[in-house]
Design a protein around this ligand. Structure first.
Ligand code: GTR
Length: 309
């Protein structure tokens, strides 16, 4: 059968692409070469929002995206995207590896997608062309690029800035041309997309830890035998610990490289000022009983794991 076609916005050496490559190897092994994956990396096939739509219609078989572009499709995907929800990477993992993660993956099927697994994406912080951010008022009136998600737009507005949604591929140019004053992302993406060249002030707000997700089109899934479905799920799950190791190493490497490159990094002393402004944002986006239950469960997992944080 023809290989599963996969899309990723990141270049070939990025951990998300490497993880799906790894999954491809496992899949070939498990299926005696019947199943394989061909990855179109570097955003060749379009933005995450566009490739997701194509995947929904069955024009693509696999897609690795951030949760952000899924927010408009399924409300449960908003949960791990909520600002200041996770206390640590351990909290994120415990949540995604358990009942909450399972519920989110399962919620995608009615939308034409099969949720296979989550991958790490670290902590997102703001980077700005003109100077550091130490308190929300420093962002007042700034134009900040966000992913295509209403939650992110609301978050930026609550901080007193202007949100400009656009796809990842447009960010570098927009920073250089001054169309935007800044953006937000994790260390590896800040580095990989060369955004640091135009926006050298990185302020460690660590406001979002939304993970990546790997989805499959339901129409291709429906054509697979039960045995092949099992191979796909199994290979995806086995790629997760591989990706987690790769990710942590990549964060370290990006951080070291960036610090050595002379960018200005600052801690933000009073994160509670940022957190306080997020309360109405939570209230606006968490409203169904199922969302509320899963958010409560997530908070509880955090309290059990990291008491007092
Ligand atoms: C990255 C993520 C991408 C994309 C990107 C963005 O961290 O890996 O999937 O969401 O952020 O900001 O568009």
């Amino acid at each position: 059968s023809r290989p599963l076609l996969a899309a990723d916005a990141h270049p070939q050496d990025y951990p998300t692409v490497q993880a799906v490559e790894h999954m491809a190897g496992l899949l070939r092994e498990e299926s005696d070469g019947r199943l394989d994956i061909r990855i179109y990396s570097g955003g060749q096939l379009g933005s995450e929002r566009d490739t997701l739509e194509i995947t929904t219609f069955g024009g693509l078989d696999l897609n690795r995206v951030n949760l952000a572009p899924m927010n408009a499709i399924e409300p449960l995907t908003l949960i791990p995207s909520l600002p200041f929800l996770f206390r640590s990477q351990a909290h994120l993992h415990a949540t995604l590896d358990g009942e909450v993660g399972d519920a989110i993956l399962a919620s995608l099927e009615p939308h034409g997608l099969i949720g296979l697994c989550f991958y790490d994406s670290g902590e997102r912080s703001f980077y700005i062309t003109s100077g550091p951010i130490r308190m929300p008022s420093d962002m007042s009136g700034m134009k900040i690029r966000v992913q295509n998600s209403d939650l992110y737009v609301a978050m930026i507005r609550a901080l007193g800035a202007d949100a400009t949604p656009m796809s990842l591929g447009e960010v570098y140019q927009s920073l250089v041309q001054g169309v935007i004053d800044g953006a937000e992302n994790n260390w590896p993406s800040y580095h990989s997309g060369r955004h640091f060249e135009a926006a050298p002030y990185y302020s460690l707000t660590r406001h979002v830890m939304a993970p990546e997700i790997l989805v499959m089109s339901r129409s291709r899934w429906n054509k697979l035998s039960d045995a092949d479905r099992e191979h796909v799920v199994d290979a995806a799950l086995r790629s997760v610990p591989f990706m987690r190791d790769l990710w942590n190493a990549r964060v370290e490497k990006a951080r070291e490289t960036l610090l050595a490159s002379g960018i200005e990094v600052n801690e933000v002393d009073d994160l509670s000022a940022f957190q306080a402004l997020m309360e109405p944002v939570w209230d606006r986006f968490v409203n169904t009983p199922e969302q509320k239950r899963l958010v409560e469960r997530t908070v509880q997992i955090g309290e059990e794991l990291e008491p007092g944080l």
